[in-house]
Design a protein around this ligand. Sequence first.
Ligand code: PLP
Length: 387
Amino acid sequence: MVNLDHSASRMDRIPFSGIRKIFEECDQLEQSGTDVVHLEIGRPDFDTPSEIKQAGSQALSDGHVHYTSNYGITPLRSALSDKLSAENGINYDPENEIVVTTGATEAVFVTMLALVEEGDEVLIPDPCWTYASSIRMAGGHPVTYELNPKTGFKPDLDSLTEAVSERTKLLVLNSPHNPTGGVVDRDTLNAIEDFVVDNDLLLLSDEIYEKIRYDGSEHLSPAAKNTLFDRTITVNGFSKAYSMTGWRLGYLAAPAELIDPIVRVRQYTTTCAPSISQHAGVRALQSGLHEPMVNAFARRRERIMERIENIPGMSCPTPSGAFYAFPTTPEGYPDEEEFVWSLLREEGVAFVPGSVFGESGHGRFRIAYSNSVERIDEAFDRLEDWL
Ligand code: PLP
């Protein structure tokens, strides 16, 4: 008999993505003729702005079709350095402190592989995006800290203090946050600064939803603080702000000593981000092209909050950023898996169960407002009838 289980033992710690299972079910339902309302997808539903697409086409016509430097093309690194200085208040040298990556996903992955030692602990928020799998692939252990729904899902300092140990190497911060829409404010960031310095930690700051904020909430980059600059890896990307998920373009910025091992990993992973996307990225940074999309998200957020309020049992703090809400499940449906799957199969409305994002997601689910106000209304009409 041939042994068909060839997977490496480290893969035992890597689960199949919970969101992917929902996508597959949506596919099957659609193939059998169901009209599925998609509120599960973590990406903007808009086309990439035409100016950016034109810059991509131009790069193709101009023959920019080859490998680039492992750090990324010089014009993009210079533009990123200018952006980080003007918008985030951080001075990074475009020569050796900025690396263009194949999406923020790769930025997170190569950072973990380069900096996390076998057995190191890494603090991640609960709930959160998929940091745990890249930490585990690097041989590290994810340890969670809580986000408090009562404060709009800001990091809970007591929980951070409980979670830290002598083995903790790095803290992951994500603001604006997926899946809750929470945004870290000045006081919280000051407390995190003390915590990181006192415990001698590195900090990975995932700022991919930076541009998507509401009600005047501020975006604060930890690396802008002198005490944190040396310890921080700032991660960001083009996927969310410019609706460029398929272009696979992200970046990270950090002091040269941290960049050096990260670039060595990159040399053996994707080598460089797609050359055409990098040229399009320069154009994206020159404009306020994200603004119409953010305005559309703001209108959808309002509608979602109005509809949530009308359903007994459902509640959540009003999201301050990103394009997600993370409410409790309706009265009578304490099990979020059962709620989400039944609603999908019986009514064709797609959400994501909260537990996909961590233990604290039990009894909650994620709504992505990556769909029009009309479709949001359609989803909530069906939900209300079903309940
Ligand atoms: N970080 C967060 C918090 C995300 O939600 C995502 C995507 O959903 C990413 C990073 C990765 O984005 P990309 O690899 O498309 O740049």
